[in-house]
Design a protein around this ligand. Sequence first.
Ligand code: TXA
Ligand code: MG
Length: 319
Amino acid sequence: MKNIYLNIFSFNKNTLNKTIKCLKKNNIVGLPTETVYGLAGNAYSKIATKKIFKIKNRPKINPLIVHYLNINNAKKDVVLNKSFLKLYKKFCPGPLTFILKKKLNSKIRSEVTAKLDTVAIRFPNHKVIRSVLKKIDFPLAIPSANISSGISPVTAKDVSEEFNKKIKIIIDGGKAKIGIESTVIDLSKKFKILRPGVISPKEISLILKKKITLINKNISIKSPGALKKHYSPGLPMKINQNKPFGKHAFITFGSKFNNFEHSFNLSKKSSLKEAASNLYSIFRKIKKLNYKKIYVIKIPNRNIGIAINDRLDHAKNIK
Ligand code: TXA
Ligand code: MG
């Protein structure tokens, strides 16, 4: 079959070199991570970071996550603490983002951090992105590869459709394994989870030996990802439903409503992990099929279900 997505490349030595060249010239590339696909640029470059904000139409007040290969690279830019080290040892590389104090002599652009005195850092666990990070001497600012407030992409094709020809290189690393964005934990002041993900508050509390809770969104919007109207498929959505409604799309979970014509099942075997990995591709599918409204069954609010409900809760705030 002819590849109509001319900016998608499979991963090999040649495309890796092309990617590195592009990044060194302060251009932006689409790269896979284990959570979702991202738009990568040099976090030390004003030109590159400005391009990221522009192409995503991202508000300047919403800071980016800086991605590193390992702790040695990160310690130049942020102040590490004991809790960070414990979590790093257990979960990294992996789907966990840490908010830490920025070092005064850090080279991270102030655009990246939206002028905050903290930086969000992450150590992604995907062969492609780790190969790229091994070959460059700067960290990568990588937001999810979608227009601001939309759904994160989980395939190279999603990224290509989102930006068309505006991105010259997207490396295909297969469907993102996890399918939702990393857990974000603030370790800079009072410890709080700013964005839930597959690594749950319970798992984190166990390692730190103290109770870590989710930030109360009504009180503070420390992480602009906590802003309303985020992760949105752009359709009205009703969550916590117990049955389908008319001819509207119905997102279900488990064994119920599988035979309903307009059902989209997140996980027939009731696996929250599988449900998270299917959530965004099901949103995109429903949109492509021209449904006008989405109903969603109640999802258990435990472990990864907390992250799924967080995304649904944001997604329902439609324009
Ligand atoms: O899984 C992920 O984290 C993906 C992949 C590509 O790594 N990236 C991602 O980036 O989701 P983005 O830009 O879509 O979301 C970053 C979140 C936003 O909610 C942002 O507000 C928050 O991290 N953030 C970044 N820096 C921050 C800081 N210094 N303080 C508080 N929140 C911060
Ligand atoms: Mg995003």
